[in-house]
Design a protein around this ligand. Structure first.
Ligand code: ATP
Ligand code: MG
Length: 382
């Protein structure tokens, strides 16, 4: 569907005298008969010319990119360009528009991402990308040292494509990644973080993590080093959450604050590592109550991956479901009931008492019935 819209965009551009092609992941994934993520079109038309033809927003105008939305699907249209020199190891300081699509291909990162396709599905491959897809190879377009110095994120992108596609990184490219790994420190952590998550989500993540270790790139990822070393020896690949919870646990619950976790994620990994460290063998009901099911399941996965316990997701879920109380709201007496029985005014003691009752119930020393709770309170009076 979106491919036919993209073809129509190309037809429209051509009708107006502008050469245009599909390029990047969409062509690679199309040739591999896989689902593609997003659609990139490259054209001779300048951004203002594209904006005259379509309802487009200047999404990355500094680099010649505008976005056209059809049914909420974005189509990124970028003008053929050459990239100027870079001083920040990430972005070109300036870009120069070109009339020649070959220039645009040569500024792209990997051969498999440099293949062009027109609206009739004719392929134009100036960089040997089809061959590399055929042989499952990730190789920079041009000299890898130069390409990684222009943009160090490409080092992590190579690992991402390895993880996503299961391809092998070509030897020269790989050696260059190792040589230039220190450049990763020049990147904004936010970008490194995003790329790391993409790497972890791939079907072949373990393979990519092994390459990370082989090239010493894991040393550039503070606090994740142990997690990465550990993960490659696992029989099963953990999901993103398990990986990070494991990294926190292996670092005794702390991880450099430069990682840009959202507060929600950070809290989750911190708490899961707390449970994993505190209860290496068995998670008691009190902990299930206190931390909740999600955190405890994550902690169990961590300790399972560390070889300390069995995988107990089902059992832990069942135990959680059958807890007599999951929150203070589940107490058989309301706050008012309690105050009435004790004939007291609310104060600091009140929260403490409710906690006590919950612990008694969880410890099976007290039943969560009105009757029993009243008896318990009466006994407190004297
Ligand atoms: P995905 O399946 O993740 O979308 P993709 O190859 O489409 O993979 P994008 O990040 O969507 O990757 O980028 C689209 C295209 O833009 C790439 O295929 C590549 O040609 C080019 N590109 C993206 N990032 C870079 C970069 N850092 N350096 C050079 N070219 C890049
Ligand atoms: Mg893409």
């Amino acid at each position: 569907m979106s491919l036919s819209i993209a073809k129509n965009i190309i037809r429209d551009l051509k009708r107006n005298g502008y050469d245009a092609y599909l390029v990047g992941g969409v062509v690679r994934d199309f040739l591999m008969k896989q689902k593609f993520n997003d659609i990139d079109i490259t054209t001779k038309a300048k951004p203002f010319e594209v904006m005259k033809l379509f309802k487009a927003v200047p999404s990355g105008i500094k680099y010649g990119t505008v976005t056209v939305l059809y049914d909420n699907v974005p189509f990124e249209i970028t003008t053929f360009r050459k990239d100027g020199p870079t001083t920040d190891f990430r972005h070109p300081d300036s870009v120069i528009y070109s009339d020649d699509v070959k220039d645009d291909v040569l500024r792209r990162d990997f051969t498999i991402n440099g293949i062009l396709m027109d609206e009739r599905q004719n392929i134009y491959d100036y960089v040997g990308g089809q061959d590399d897809i055929h042989h499952g190879i990730i190789r920079t377009i041009g000299n890898p040292d130069e390409r990684f110095n222009e943009d160090a994120l490409r080092i992590l992108r190579a690992l991402y494509f390895e993880s996503k596609l299961g391809f092998v990184i070509e030897e020269e490219t790989k050696r260059s990644m190792e040589r230039n790994r220190h450049l990763i420190e020049m990147l904004a952590m936010e970008r490194v973080h995003t790329e790391m998550i993409k790497i972890l989500k791939g079907k072949h993540a373990k393979k990519a993590l092994q390459t990370m270790i082989d090239t010493g790139i894991h040393q550039m990822l503070p606090g994740l080093e142990k997690g990465i070393l550990h993960t490659v020896t696992l029989p099963e690949m953990p999901f993103v959450d398990t990986f990070f919870a494991m990294a926190f646990t292996l670092n005794q619950g702390v991880i450099p604050s430069s990682w840009t976790f959202s507060n929600v994620h950070k809290h989750k990994y911190l708490k899961a590592s707390e449970v994993a460290l505190k209860y290496p063998n068995h998670i008691p009901d009190e902990a299930l109550y206190q931390y909740g099911l999600e955190i405890c399941l994550l902690a169990n996965k961590v300790n399972f991956n560390l070889g300390k316990v069995k995988y107990l997701s089902k059992k832990i879920t069942e135990t959680y479901e059958s807890l007599p109380v999951k929150s203070e709201l589940d107490l058989a007496l309301t706050s008012n009931d309690i105050l009435n029985v004790l004939n007291k005014k609310p104060g600091a003691w009140f929260g403490q008492l409710k906690k006590e009752m919950v612990l008694e119930i969880l410890g099976k020393r007290l039943k969560n019935t009105k009757e029993d709770l009243i008896k318990y309170l009466e006994s407190k009076k004297v």
